[in-house]
Design a binder for this molecule. Structure first.
Ligand SMILES: *[C@@H]1O[C@H](CO)[C@@H](O)[C@H](O)[C@H]1NC(C)=O
Ligand SMILES: *[C@@H]1O[C@H](CO)[C@@H](O)[C@H](O)[C@H]1NC(C)=O
Length: 334
């Protein structure tokens, strides 16, 4: 048994250095889905993203762009963006024609769904890694090796080989794609970051709540829900008597999901034995909190874990003057 007074000397918050946002890889990508219903009907829809921030959508009806943010529109209007937009639309039209031609030539069956994912990753050291993957019927089909201007089959089929070979022979398209996916894509990321700075580099504080649910008479599931934070990187950990609970089957953390308002959410759970006499705390660190942390303690040995209601305090650590700011939440009854 650990003597209880030791807990006082354990660090309750872990100071953390949040890097400069520019120091993370930036990903720009376009996702296109085309439904080839029959020889005379094609519907193309698309979405462009910076990281997981949606920038614009391609309207299936007239291929116009619908922007999610004024700055995304301004960034897309800059420089020779007009030329790139019109050339990209021409390429798309040619692509649609090409798919219909291939479908007839080798007698594939309609309907056909073709998906494209293309874009680039801009690394903090300034290097660009470009990608373009094509799927057909929900399976990997071919990829464009941007550096080598070369198409490669991604499935062992005659069709994938034939299409790769025929696309590789279209040198002017490969050259255009290489420029589009490397230098133009990199420039576009930099322009987007410049125009969207106010939104992309803002910091939104996480809001956290702690609740519990009885899994069985002997087991309680503690649920720490964290939402409203931006940017995306966050750390949510559980402390047992002030010490971080190591990864294990009792611990469950969701992936970080986007909210509609350009913030993120995450939930973390910890299964604990009912009334085991330990104290449990959900510990949240985020860039917007600086060196402080949110601490949400659950119950205490004396308060009784199955009382059905609890006080959830989000305590600002390491703020000498303002003292703890507690928010009370009623915990749902189950
Ligand atoms: C092709 O598909 C479209 C959309 O499903 C449909 O409206 C149209 O009638 C079809 N045309 C032919 C020739 O089958
Ligand atoms: C730049 O960073 C990427 C990712 O960390 C790395 O793979 C690449 O080798 C680096 N390139 C140079 C020239 O340092």
């Amino acid at each position: 048994m650990r003597p209880p007074h030791l807990f006082l000397f354990l660090p309750l918050f872990l100071p953390r250095m949040w890097g400069d946002p520019e120091a993370e890889p930036q990903v720009f990508q376009v996702l296109l889905t085309s439904l080839f219903a029959n020889i005379s009907s094609t519907e193309v829809s698309g979405l462009a993203l910076l990281g997981d921030v949606p920038l614009f959508a391609l309207e299936p009806a007239d291929w116009s762009l619908r922007f999610h943010w004024p700055w995304a529109r301004r960034a897309t209007d800059e420089g020779d963006a007009e030329r790139i937009k019109s050339q990209t639309k021409m390429l798309l039209r040619n692509l649609v024609r090409y798919v219909h031609e291939v479908t007839q030539k080798i007698q594939l069956d309609y309907p056909l769904v073709v998906q494209i994912r293309a874009g680039c990753v801009l690394h903090p050291n300034g290097t660009v890694w470009s990608f373009m993957d094509v799927g057909a019927g929900g399976r990997d089909f071919i990829s464009f090796e941007v550096e080598r201007q070369f198409w490669e089959p991604r499935q062992p089929s005659h069709v994938a080989e034939l299409v790769s070979k025929s696309l590789t022979s279209m040198k002017s398209i490969s050259l255009f794609l290489q420029q589009l996916l490397s230098s133009s894509c990199r420039d576009h990321i930099l322009t987007l970051r410049r125009y969207g700075r106010a939104d992309l580099e803002r910091q939104a504080l996480p809001v956290a709540t702690l609740s519990a649910q009885a899994l069985s008479p002997a087991q309680l599931l503690l649920l720490c829900q964290v939402t409203g934070f931006f940017p995306r990187p966050i750390s949510v950990a559980w402390l047992r008597d002030g010490q971080e609970v190591p990864p294990g089957p009792a611990l469950g953390t969701s992936s970080i999901l986007p909210n509609a308002d350009l913030t993120y959410q995450l939930r973390s759970t910890l299964a604990v034995p009912t009334g085991d006499g330990h104290s449990y705390t959900c510990h949240v660190s985020h860039r917007s909190l600086g060196t402080r942390s949110l601490l949400l303690p659950w119950g205490s040995p004396s308060s009784g874990l199955l009382s059905g209601s609890g006080v959830v305090c989000a305590v600002w650590m390491a703020v000498p003057k303002s003292g703890p700011a507690c928010r009370e939440d009623k915990v749902k009854h189950f």
